[in-house]
Design a protein around this ligand. Structure first.
Ligand code: CA
Length: 467
């Protein structure tokens, strides 16, 4: 067995941390995901730099922000000629594989690169009886996709060369929309009501226009395919919201339960094969999600529920079991971290930091206390305005530049720009922008400077108008 650690990177799609019991979920239990937290470190402040599927995946692979890697929206595929961390691991002798959801394009330079083996869903893929591209070849599978992806991951692990370390990206489609559970979990939660979030009845007052314009309301925008059952007749508006929330959240949590079972199968395999000590196991999701928070489903906004990613990491050789970290990490840090553990030099153009010092219980002086975010996909998909912003541990400043900026996959139908500022200590649910409150004038000025400093640091452009 090589001394270099194996890396098992488990990623789901749209799994918010407030639906994981190790993050104190009020609505479900995730005993197998909790095993990773109990055996390693849980990060409470892991954020994505652009809260949507393909862009977050591109950031993770390339270690760069979206204006560098080119995947700014859902219509921009990843050009696989770029440097990615799997390529560097492969070149250094790791066996590498990518199984499950890819979502960065297919064919030509958009197929997965840097993997000895890949077998991926086309685009979003199906929940049942999926077609997959096995090294580019169409194969049809029978069964539930969460189980199938796990079977394929385990098959690859069993067949690997045991004399070399491995890096496996094991990516679920679940619990992405349209939240189709398997038969095993179909009746879970049938006889109970799932608690509603505090902000289910948000009226979007005291904020910029963007929040009220978003088209992802549980009580208005879920379609028949999402709901799967006809809405009962004669419901009051309150009963209608409650019924749709239960319909939505139960299917979402059933999909999560299947993920949890299947992650348990893979963790069991590591235990049985004596691989646990020398394997870095990560559990994350490409972004967070609104679980009825603000009356919404989906993601995209820089607000907390979709900005925050779950991030659990276990590596018994170095990481103290049951530890918790409140420092700010980003998806752009993952690539550098894996290279660091594998003893590979981190390319100078990578924009994240290895989080290994944090994992060893130290906070280096250079560690960030603010982060830069940008959602590019103006109006396309749920009518969300394009925005960028900065988050510190206490505050969040958002600028809705509300313009497509010529991006493929973004609308060129510009809207009036607006700012928002939230004091997260006083207003953790972000219900009251204090941008125009004179008491915060100094904070606004400081945060604008910080936003511009971060934009300069990562090399992104400004679109601010004088308002
Ligand atoms: Ca996603």
């Amino acid at each position: 067995m090589s001394e270099r650690p194996n890396i098992l990177f488990i990623m789901t799609d749209d799994h918010a941390s407030h639906a994981m019991s190790c993050y104190n979920s009020r609505i479900n239990e995730t005993p197998n995901l909790d095993r990773i937290a109990e055996g390693g470190m849980r990060f409470n402040n892991c954020f994505c730099t652009n809260s949507i599927c393909a862009p977050s995946r591109a950031v993770i692979l390339t270690g760069t922000y979206n204006h560098i890697n080119g995947v700014t929206t859902l219509r921009t595929n990843l050009d696989g000629r770029q440097v990615t961390f799997p390529k560097l691991l492969q070149a250094a002798g790791y066996q590498t594989a990518m199984v499950g959801k890819w979502h960065l394009g297919h064919g030509g330079h958009n197929d997965p690169t840097g993997f000895d083996y890949w077998n991926v869903l086309p685009g979003q893929g199906a929940y049942h009886n999926p077609m997959m591209y096995d090294m580019g070849k169409e194969i049809y599978y029978e069964g539930y996709t969460t189980d199938i992806i796990t079977d394929l991951a385990l098959d690859w692990l069993k067949d690997r060369d045991k004399n070399r370390p491995f890096m496996l990206m094991y990516h679920h489609k679940a619990p992405h929309r349209p939240w189709e559970p398997d038969d095993k979990h179909a009746d879970m939660y049938e006889d109970i009501d799932i608690p509603e979030p505090e902000t289910l009845w948000d009226d979007y007052s005291n904020r910029a226009t963007a929040a009220s314009q978003a088209e992802m309301r549980v009580n208005r925008d879920l379609n028949p395919r999402d709901l799967k059952q006809p809405v009962p007749e004669g419901l009051s508006p309150e009963e209608d919201m409650k019924w749709k929330y239960q319909r939505y959240i139960k299917d979402y949590l059933r999909c999560v339960a299947s993920v949890d079972d299947n992650v348990g199968r893979v963790l069991d395999y590591l235990d049985e094969e004596d691989l646990t000590d020398n394997t870095i196991v990560v559990y994350t999701s490409d972004q967070g999600f609104y679980l009825g928070d603000h009356g919404w489903y989906d993601k995209r906004f820089m607000y907390e529920e979709s900005l925050r990613m779950p991030f659990l990491i276990r590596y018994p050789k170095e990481i103290k079991a049951g530890s918790v970290c409140d420092d700010m990490i980003l998806n752009v840090d993952f690539a550098s971290t894996f290279l660091d553990y594998a003893g590979i030099n981190i390319p100078s153009h990578f924009q994240g930091h290895s989080m290994r010092p944090l994992l060893n219980g130290d906070r280096p002086a250079y560690w960030r206390t603010s982060m830069y975010y940008r959602y590019w996909m103006h109006l396309n998909g749920h009518n969300i305005y394009a925005h960028y912003g900065v988050r510190t541990h206490r505050h969040k400043l958002i600028y809705y530049y509300a313009d497509g900026c010529g991006q493929e996959g973004a609308s060129d139908d510009a809207r009036e720009p607006e700012w928002e500022l939230f004091d997260l200590d006083k207003d953790p649910y972000e219900l009251n922008s204090v941008y125009h409150n004179p008491e915060y004038a100094e904070i606004v000025a400081e945060l604008k400077d910080e936003l511009h400093r971060l934009q300069d640091e990562v090399g992104d452009e400004r679109y601010e108008k004088d308002i």
